[in-house]
Design a protein around this ligand. Structure first.
Ligand code: ATP
Ligand code: MG
Length: 477
């Protein structure tokens, strides 16, 4: 086949709905031909070039989706050519082809922005898998840009990413209920985006220029919570040295977001119900009622209906809150959102750290697609933040990922122990690892970890002390 020609194959490349176009730049005819045959048989359109100059020409002529670039080219070598390719097409995935034993050059190439490399002689299956992964990632990046543009045109959903049917349905629902005054109950596991959705509802409502006031109703003791919500007059209780406005008043005209409502005490529930019904309330210690116009959004990661059945949540309040319910699905049941979210966070953290955009090695993306994500989007966000921080190269390698993602999970390593260790020591070691793992998943929030373990917080704290577990600071959310 002649240089620069493209072969249009009848079948789409394996797994792809669109035929991708690949450019091979290599000076050895035999290599070009064997790669071309391999790729054409897979259904790709292929172009070839024997050197950098012809390669760049070819890139101008056709919209390629990927380049296979030989490292050792005559004249200008692959490493020098790479920046010139990326200048023209910054997002184009380039996979380097290298001879055995050119490790330092490979590192240079990855630093210069190559996605990956293959060593001669290559294994066809691995090469094809890497090509598929790089093209898929490239398409997701482009899709991400388009999606953001499309979403922006429809509503101001800043920073919400998703293309799964369930997320698109949720965004439609958000757009539909946002302009109204309806109370919305947002349910979902931890880290699924309940805060994000609450903010989007407010931002797309006529109240957007008025305050959005979030309060974590589960974190405060009753008296403190009530004085925060309803305010108090001077002297209402011993430490009330001055009058204080409550959040209901501060949120007047805007939105009050009652987060973690499932753990709110029954007394406070009764008072909230009253505000919802009458739109008025009495600050602590006051004889006068205050009238407010506040839209209520509520969120919970527990099953409120269950709490109603168990008498821990008022049924009448439940029905008041539950005018519209948004159920956020866990990330593991909308896996098509994983690549989009990953790329969204890669872009964000790279930008925040003033780095050129980081990418994921294909095996990292594969590991992410296979993982269960018990901490949902927040966990994914933290994994990417950590990857960007720890990766020595612009392409994030597998070994900077936490063990549970890469299959180096504690379940496998659990059985490995020093032959002389006592059963007691082994059990302690296992307990320590399980607790650390849980704390990591809960972002070092001990209350949440204790809840998930279904043990009292005090028991967890005792264990943390006894097992000498060093508490890392709760990460910023
Ligand atoms: N669809 C999404 N697109 C982009 N970022 C998201 C999305 N969903 C969640 N996030 C991000 O994931 C993180 C967790 O989301 P959020 O705080 O809204 O979760 P949550 O459901 O309120 O969790 P919790 O129950 O622990 O309060 C946030 O940093 C948020 O920005
Ligand atoms: Mg939240």
């Amino acid at each position: 086949m002649s240089e620069g020609s493209t072969v249009l194959a009848p079948n789409a490349a394996a797994g792809d709905t669109q035929t991708a176009r690949i450019l091979i730049i290599d000076d050895e005819v035999a290599i070009r031909e064997s790669l071309e045959t391999l790729l054409v048989l897979e259904g790709y359109s292929v172009g070839t070039a024997p050197d950098g100059i012809k390669g760049l020409d070819e890139l101008e002529r056709q919209p390629y989706d990927l380049v296979l670039l030989d490292l050792a080219l005559p004249g200008e070598n692959g490493i020098d050519l790479l920046p010139r390719i990326l200048d023209r097409r910054p997002e184009l995935p380039v996979i380097m082809i290298t001879a055995y034993g050119t490790v330092t050059n490979v590192v240079d190439a990855i630093r210069a922005g190559a996605r990956n490399f293959v060593q001669k002689p290559w294994e066809n299956e691995k090469l094809l898998a890497d090509i598929r992964a790089a093209i898929a990632q490239h398409r997701t990046e482009e899709e991400n840009v388009q999606l953001k543009r499309a979403l922006k045109q429809r509503y101001t959903f800043e920073n919400i990413v998703g293309k799964s049917e369930s997320m698109l349905r949720i965004l439609d629902l958000v757009a539909q209920v946002a302009p109204s005054r309806f109370t919305v109950l947002i349910q979902g596991e931890t880290g699924t985006g309940k805060d994000v959705i609450a903010k989007a509802i407010h931002a797309n409502s006529p109240r957007r220029d008025k305050p959005f006031v979030p309060i974590n109703t589960g974190a405060l003791p009753t008296e403190l919570l009530e004085s925060q919500l309803f305010g108090h007059v001077k002297g209402a209780f011993t430490s009330a040295h001055a009058a204080q406005k409550g959040l209901f008043e501060i949120a007047n005209g805007g939105t009050l977001f009652l987060d973690e409502i499932g753990t709110m005490g029954l007394e406070t529930q009764a008072k909230i119900l009253r505000v919802l019904q009458d739109r008025r309330f009495r600050p602590l210690g006051s004889v006068q009622e205050v009238q407010v116009d506040v839209r209520i959004l509520a969120a919970t990661n527990s099953n409120l209906r269950q709490s109603v059945r168990e008498g821990r949540f008022r049924e009448d309040l439940y029905y008041r809150l539950n005018v519209v319910t948004i159920d956020l699905p866990p990330l593991r049941s909308r896996r098509e959102d994983i690549p989009l979210l990953a790329i969204h966070f890669l872009e964000r953290f790279s930008e925040e750290n003033q780095l050129e955009t980081r990418r994921l090695a294909p095996e990292v993306m594969r590991a992410m697609m296979d993982y269960e994500w018990p901490g949902n989007v927040r966990e994914l966000e933290h994994v990417i933040a950590r990857g960007v921080a720890l990766s020595p190269t612009p392409v994030i390698p597998l070994d900077v990922l936490p063990g549970e993602l890469t299959g180096r999970s504690y379940s496998a390593s659990m059985l490995e122990h020093d032959a002389n260790a006592s059963l007691f020591d082994i059990l302690e070691d296992i307990e320590r690892r399980i607790i650390i793992d849980k704390l990591e998943r809960c972002n070092w929030n001990q209350t949440e970890a204790a809840e998930q373990f279904r043990i009292p917080l005090s028991t967890l704290n005792q264990k943390i002390k006894r097992l000498n577990i060093e508490i890392r600071k709760k990460q910023k959310e």
